[in-house]
Design a protein around this ligand. Structure first.
Ligand code: NAD
Length: 349
């Protein structure tokens, strides 16, 4: 592992997207959103995606310069199309619109269909929370199926992320996870490192439990399992239906080929203080936090609220740099060079 300064990594990554045909602002936004995911500890949704994104741009599966388009406008309900634009741009523009509508109407239900990868969904919930709004996000992913249905032997679903955030000072409460036991990027990380995964995460191509991450990269691939047995699977189905179908997008079995890395998202964004005052909500969050933290510890790990682990990792990585394995550095350098920029190679090699 080498540790890389977040600012330098952002600038070098932006150079690669600029060389690949993105506008300067677009390149900077994509780069800073990806590096932010690494800062928050979600390497599966960070800088390691750069080669995939640049490949998609080259192949026309992602579009530079695309902006979100309102395709259906009913005031508090607004349907948008991302036009395969980079999710870092589409997501931010879509949330800007949803925030305006929620301020005007108290609530906005926003469908965002056909965005290129929206990456870390918490970023969109945090954008709403910064505007003082609570939000819930159901997301599906059109890619090759990765996750087995509960009771099934092969992959039929995506990692279907789910996210909720509530504004709170000094930091919002942010739940943001894939409905699979682990994100696919974490399988890639284990595979690259030649490390087995823990029990209960994977099935092989025959549908038998395995710890070998390699099964996800074999010609006949295995499958990830949902978290929480039937509960994660049931939530994934709702992410498919709300995020995929109700958003104006498509559900998993309607994914076009080749593997497009498209996200569809249904977001419910609303003012949090219509039924209770901001003061009473803040006081109840604080009292709940103290109450749960007072539980006798089963281990040295502290008791945290959703969003806290990411902030702790961000403090460390901002101060000490983002750890990157040699294979990721080499892939980034190569992807940057292929796009016409040697900035990543100069930084990482
Ligand atoms: N765009 C996509 O298609 C897509 C698909 C899947 C996942 N993702 C993203 O991948 C990222 C990682 O997902 P994941 O499933 O690996 O996340 P994860 O399993 O690390 O869970 C993260 C969530 O759990 C909370 N958490 C973690 N430890 C905690 C603890 N000890 N106490 C309390 N809360 C705790 C975190 O604050 C966060 O809300 C997310 O940002 C998600 O949005 C995106």
């Amino acid at each position: 592992m080498i540790r890389v300064d977040a600012r330098k990594l952002t600038d070098a990554t932006a150079s690669a997207f600029l060389a690949a045909g993105c506008a300067r602002d677009e390149a900077a936004t994509i780069a800073s959103a990806l590096v932010e995911a690494n800062l928050y500890g979600h390497d599966s949704h960070g800088i390691g995606l750069v080669p995939h994104y640049l490949d998609d741009l080259r192949e026309g599966l992602a579009r530079a310069g695309a902006h979100v388009r309102v395709v259906r406008d009913d005031g508090a309900l607004v349907g948008m199309d991302g036009g395969k634009g980079f999710g870092q741009i589409v997501g931010e523009e879509a949330m800007d619109i949803a925030i305006d509508r929620a301020r005007a109407h108290g609530v906005c239900v926003a469908g965002v269909a056909n965005s290129h990868h929206l990456a870390r969904i918490g970023r969109w919930a945090e954008q709403c929370a910064e505007a003082g709004l609570a939000s819930v996000h159901f997301v599906n992913v059109l890619s090759r199926p990765l996750v087995a249905p509960w009771g099934g032997r092969d992959a039929r679903l995506s990692t279907d992320p789910f996210c909720v955030a509530v504004p709170h000072a000094p930091h919002p409460i942010v739940l943001d996870f894939a409905t699979s036991m682990i994100a696919f990027g974490k399988v890639e990380v284990a595979h690259a490192a030649g490390k087995p995964l823990a029990d209960g995460r994977l099935l092989d191509a025959e549908g038998n439990p395995t710890r070998d991450p390699g099964v996800m990269f074999a010609e006949r691939a295995g499958a990830l399992l949902s978290f929480g047995e039937h509960k994660g699977f049931a939530l994934a189905i709702m992410c498919e239906i709300l995020g995929g179908a109700l958003s104006g997008g498509r559900v998993q079995d309607r994914a076009p080929n080749p593997n497009p890395m498209i996200n569809n998202m249904l977001s419910i964004v609303f003012v949090p203080d219509r039924f209770a005052t901001r003061e009473s909500i803040a006081e109840q969050i604080e009292s709940l936090a103290s109450y749960v933290r007072a539980s006798p510890r089963r281990s040295d790990a502290g008791i945290m609220l959703p969003g806290e682990p990411e902030r702790a990792t961000a403090r460390d990585r901002t101060a000490n740099g983002i750890p990157l394995p040699p294979a990721t550095c080499a892939a980034l350098a190569d992807a940057g060079r292929r796009a016409g920029s040697d900035a990543l190679a100069r930084l990482l090699q």
